[in-house]
Structure formats: C-alpha cells, structure tokens
Write a protein that binds this ligand. Structure first.
Ligand SMILES: [Zn+2]
Length: 156
C-alpha cells in the first residue's frame, strides 16, 4: 500500500487547531531616539533627562505576531520523554503548524534559520525565552515546528 503523506499532513493541519490558543511572538525593534543626539564616543544619549529614551539614545518597541499554537506545559518531577524528544520540567513546548506560520506571513525556512526566531514569546500573559526550535518532518516534508520555551525571570 502506498502511503499518502499529503493526506496525513493535511489531517495534522486540520487537528492542529484543536486545543490550541493564541501566543505572541515578540520582536523588539530598536530605533534611534527621535528627540536626542547620540554621543559618538560613549554611544549613549547626550540628554540623560530625555523623556523618550531616558538617556539611552534608543527606543525599543515590542511588536507582536499572534499565532495559534498548541501549548504543552512539561510538569513531571523527572525529565520527561516523549516521541518528540527529551524535555525539562518547567519548560513549555509550543507546536505551531506550518500553515499557521505561512498564514501569519512567516516563511517557515526563515523561521528555522534564525535562532531565536523572536526576542521572546508571551503565553498566558507570561514572558518566555526561546530555547530551541525543531522542525517536524514527515517523509522529508516540513509540517510543523516545535518551539521550546523557558520562563523569563524578568516579568515586568
Ligand atoms: Zn532621547
């Protein structure tokens, strides 16, 4: 019997929306402060009392791309193993379908090429850093990506 991989991948895509939730991929954009000049020697702002950048010389703007993903909290006492690999307690595992990336304007190959592909991720209002990104392939065809997350200590 010939296996219809296309059909399996379509099925995975279909069920990927079940039990899933929105997560925010955050990209922090660094821009020059519109108000002050940068000291060429120190690289810092010349105005420490600047109301825009508070003397940093740059303004950091977080931009969010909201994706629908499956969210797994790894909660065992010991390191957990499953078919996808080995994960530490306290980690969060996101499963994002390839179609979802494409629908949100993210090229999957570009997403996999950069590590980390986002500055941080927000899941249920908590900030996580990206530890690892793993492509899931079936018969050489990418169908989803696994994103391992770790809670950030700085939650402000
Ligand atoms: Zn400034």
């Amino acid at each position: 019997m010939r296996i219809n991989y296309k059909k399996i991948i379509d099925k995975i895509e279909e069920i990927s929306v079940i039990d899933s939730q929105p997560v925010d991929l955050m990209m922090v954009e660094k821009e020059d402060c519109p108000s002050c000049a940068i000291d060429p020697f120190t690289g810092a702002s010349v105005s420490f009392h600047c109301p825009y950048c508070h003397g940093e010389g740059y303004i950091y703007t977080p931009k969010a791309i909201t994706l629908i993903a499956n969210v797994d909290y790894i909660e065992g006492l010991e390191t957990e193993y499953d078919l996808r690999g080995k994960y530490q307690k306290g980690q969060v595992l996101l499963t994002i379908n390839k179609k979802e990336l494409i629908d949100k304007g993210i090229e999957p190959d570009a997403f996999l090429a950069v590590n980390p592909p986002a500055d941080y991720v927000v899941v249920n209002k908590k900030k996580y850093s990206i530890v690892n990104v793993t492509p899931q392939m079936l018969h050489g065809i990418l169908y989803e990506v696994l994103v391992e997350l770790e809670i950030m200590e700085d939650q402000q």
